[in-house]
Structure formats: structure tokens, C-alpha cells
Design a protein around this ligand. Structure first.
Ligand SMILES: [Zn+2]
Length: 437
């Protein structure tokens, strides 16, 4: 049993529906076997547990572990290739790098870099776009398990429009996915996600195979891309003349059950939003990627108005890094720049999008995403180095919402001092160490 004493912020209640930031300058959190069993003012909580160890974190700010709902494992080394739209960036940058993961040694090295990138940024839970190679997906799940990360991922499948090395067949896609899911789904904190790359590179038969894997794997998720870029949307419309729209290419195969997350959706139609809302499909909003590739400005207001759940994704490596704080800030910027479709975002809403909204999108809302009693102790402590603007800012504000605004404006990997997943401290003083379990 450990008692954490901290200045803590979290968002158990949806701030888009009237919920307020929960904050306290001296919160006591009692953690037993990785689960928060008591919470309150430290002075109220402590007497009941006075004989137990207290970890005093009041020199920083404690928030829930961040949730990244869209991030590509094979693209760590592709981050920062600026200046291209989506389809050109895929051809010249992302796909050649993804081909290299055919080598198990290469994939293992990238898996280590990738998982390290997540935890160093304070991300404790992620829906990860895997690799086209089963051996590489194995490497990812192995490394995620070694660190104790909460990872949902799977084999990326395509059978057209990509380099030959990245293509498979519907039958092989099914067999490989069933094999991987059998070995990793529900093992430790790993879960399986059925993952066609996007309809542009997926035929009807391979989407059917995806549907069969979902059917055969209870609790598995579905993830893919949708409506990212206007040129892509046009190509998909040409490939699926019988479908009413891009969302329909997935929906008619039964892939959009609850537990689906589609990335981007920058250019949706109203009927598409209605279908997503009806199916309970969440959208991973990836603003730094959308800006870097010039994909467009995300219509958040229309999503919220239609009742489509939205969370944040870094979309590494089109996105410009692992930090979900940065995605929050970029989301804020983007909504400021939109006229009618913009939704002004408050710091509390940014924290919600970066934590609880992501947990809900991944079907983990009862386990992580906030620091309530009964939740796993997935958390990070921000302790910005002395003299930095964030350090100065946090020392000179007592108002919680204001402090949170400074965090989203200024926080980066260097400020993430400590990270816990299920009570295990994975990052201490900025250094990553593997889990014991
Ligand atoms: Zn992506």
C-alpha cells in the first residue's frame, strides 16, 4: 500500500456536458495492488493509513496517464518529414520505412524506441497501428508487455495500392491475425485490434476477413483511417462505387461496432457522422498530423453536435511527436482558426480529451482515464526543470484551470518526471525502467 500526496487534476465528468475540473492542492490517493482504494484531502485520508508509506509529489502536478488513440509503431524514425500531403508522404517516407520492419531485428529495435517514446511522453495507454509484418507485431507486443504498457494493436492488412512487400491476401490476413490475437489478446495489458490500413488499400474480401477476425476474437477492437485527405477520399469513392461514402466502406462489413476508433475524419459528411454516432465509433483527432500534412481543419463542433465521441491521437510519424500535450495544444489552435465548425476548447476539455475521452474510446473507461477510487493508478507527475517557463508558471498560479492551461501550452517530454501504470512506477525522475510483472 502506498499513499500519494499531490496537487492533482483530473476530469471524471465530461466537461463537454457540463462536468468540471476536479482539482486539489493536497490530495491523498491510497493505492493497493495498483488500484486506487481511497481518495480525499490528504489530511482526511491519512489518519486511516498512518502506518503506511507516503510519496510526497507536491513539488509537481499529478494527472492521469495520457491516452494516445492513434499512433503508428513502425513510424518512429519517420517523424519530422515535413512538406508533403498524405499520399506523397506515404509513398516517399512512411511506406519505405514500414517495409524495413520485415526484418525482425529491425522491428525489435523500433519496438523498443517506440515504447520508450510513449512512456517518456507520459502515455500509459495507446491504440497502436501495428505493422504489416506479424513478426514485427510480435516484437511490439513483447516490448509493451516487458514495460507493462496498456497497448491495443494488431496486424495491419492491405491487399492493394501499396508496395508489394506490404501486401497480403485475405486468407493470410485472417490466419496471421487469428494467430497473433490468440497469443496476445488479453495477455497482460495487451489487446488485439483488427486493423486494415485504410479502404484505399483494402479490397472487399480483405475487409470481410477483418470482419471474420473481429467475430472470432471477443473483446477485440477495430481501427483504421477515414476521411483524412480530399484526394484520398476521392480515390476511395472510385474504388467502392457501391458504397454511399467512406464510412460505409467499413460499416457495410460490420466493422463499426462499439469499440471502433477511426483516425482523422477531417472531411466527413453529415450522414457519415450520424452513422458513427449510431455505432458508437470514436474518432481519433490528430491535429499535428493534420496540420503537418495539410489535411485540413478538424470539424470538432460537428462531431460533438452529432454525438460522435472524440479523443486525441499523436499519429506518429505524420504527427510531430509522441506528446499528447502537444496534440491538445494543436487541437486548441485548430479550433481557434475554424469559423463555424470550430469549438473553443478550455484547458479542462483538453485534459479530458487527453485522458478520459481516450480511455472511453478504447473501452477502458472503467479502468483508467481518471484518478477515481476503483481505477488503476495510471498517472504521471509533471515536474518541470527549474527556470523553465512551465516551472515558473506553475509556481506562480494557484488557480487550477490556469495551471492546466500552462501545462498544455508548455509541457513536453522533459517535464514528465514520473509515470505509473497499474501502480508500478515505470518512469522515475525522467528515466524509464521495465516493469516487474
Ligand atoms: Zn495514421
Amino acid at each position: 500500500m502506498t499513499i500519494y500526496r499531490a496537487r492533482a487534476f483530473d476530469t471524471p465528468d465530461d466537461p463537454f456536458a457540463g462536468g468540471e475540473l476536479r482539482s486539489g492542492d493536497d490530495v491523498g490517493l491510497v493505492v493497493v495492488d495498483g488500484v486506487i482504494v481511497a481518495r480525499g484531502e490528504f489530511a482526511d485520508v491519512y489518519p486511516d493509513y498512518a502506518e503506511h508509506a507516503v510519496v510526497d509529489l507536491r513539488d509537481g502536478v499529478l494527472i492521469p496517464g495520457l491516452v494516445d488513440t492513434h499512433v503508428h509503431f513502425p513510424q518512429v524514425r519517420a517523424i519530422g518529414a515535413l512538406g508533403m500531403p498524405l499520399l506523397e508522404w506515404l509513398d516517399k517516407c512512411a511506406l519505405p520505412e514500414e517495409c524495413r520492419l520485415a526484418s525482425p531485428d529491425y522491428a525489435r529495435a523500433v519496438a523498443a524506441e517506440f515504447c520508450n517514446g510513449l512512456v517518456s511522453a507520459g502515455t500509459t495507454t495507446a491504440l497502436v497501428f501495428g505493422s504489416h509484418f506479424a513478426s514485427a507485431v510480435d516484437a511490439l507486443f513483447t516490448e509493451a508487455a516487458r514495460l507493462g504498457l496498456r497497448v491495443t494493436s494488431g496486424l495491419v492488412v492491405s491487399d492493394r495500392s501499396l508496395p508489394d512487400d506490404l501486401l497480403t491476401t485475405p486468407q493470410r490476413a485472417y490466419d496471421d491475425a487469428i494467430d497473433l490475437a490468440g497469443r496476445w489478446h488479453g495477455v497482460g495489458r495487451n489487446r488485439y485490434a483488427v486493423t486494415p490500413r485504410f479502404s484505399l488499400s483494402a479490397s472487399e474480401p480483405i475487409l470481410d476477413a477483418c470482419s471474420a477476425v473481429l467475430e472470432a476474437t471477443p473483446g477485440a477492437m477495430f481501427t483504421s483511417h477515414v476521411n483524412e485527405n480530399r484526394a484520398e477520399v476521392e480515390v476511395v469513392a472510385g474504388l467502392f462505387p457501391d458504397c454511399t461514402d467512406y464510412v460505409d466502406t467499413y460499416d457495410r462489413h460490420g466493422l463499426l461496432k462499439a469499440g471502433a476508433v477511426l483516425a482523422h475524419n477531417v472531411h466527413p459528411t453529415d450522414p457519415e457522422l450520424a452513422v458513427l454516432a449510431d455505432r458508437g465509433t470514436a474518432v481519433a483527432h490528430c491535429p499535428s498530423s493534420n496540420s503537418a500534412l495539410g489535411s485540413g481543419l478538424f470539424p470538432l463542433r460537428r462531431h460533438l453536435g452529432a454525438g460522435v465521441p472524440v479523443a486525441l491521437g499523436s499519429d506518429v510519424g505524420a504527427g510531430t511527436g509522441f506528446s499528447v500535450f502537444k496534440e491538445g495544444l494543436q487541437a486548441y489552435f485548430m479550433q481557434r482558426l475554424l469559423d463555424t465548425d470550430g469549438h473553443p476548447l478550455t484547458p479542462t476539455q483538453l485534459l479530458y480529451l487527453a485522458t478520459r475521452a481516450g480511455a472511453l474510446a478504447l473501452g477502458l473507461g472503467d479502468q483508467v482515464g481518471d484518478l477515481s477510487v476503483g481505477k488503476q493508478f495510471d498517472a504521471l507527475c509533471l515536474r518541470p526543470p527549474g527556470g523553465t517557463a512551465l516551472n515558473v508558471g506553475l509556481r506562480h498560479t494557484t488557480h487550477a484551470e490556469e495551471a492546466l492551461g500552462k501545462i498544455f501550452a508548455l509541457a513536453g517530454d522533459a517535464d514528465v518526471a514520473d509515470v505509473w501504470i497499474g501502480g508500478w512506477q515505470l518512469v522515475s525522475g525522467g528515466f524509464v525502467r521495465p516493469a516487474l510483472n
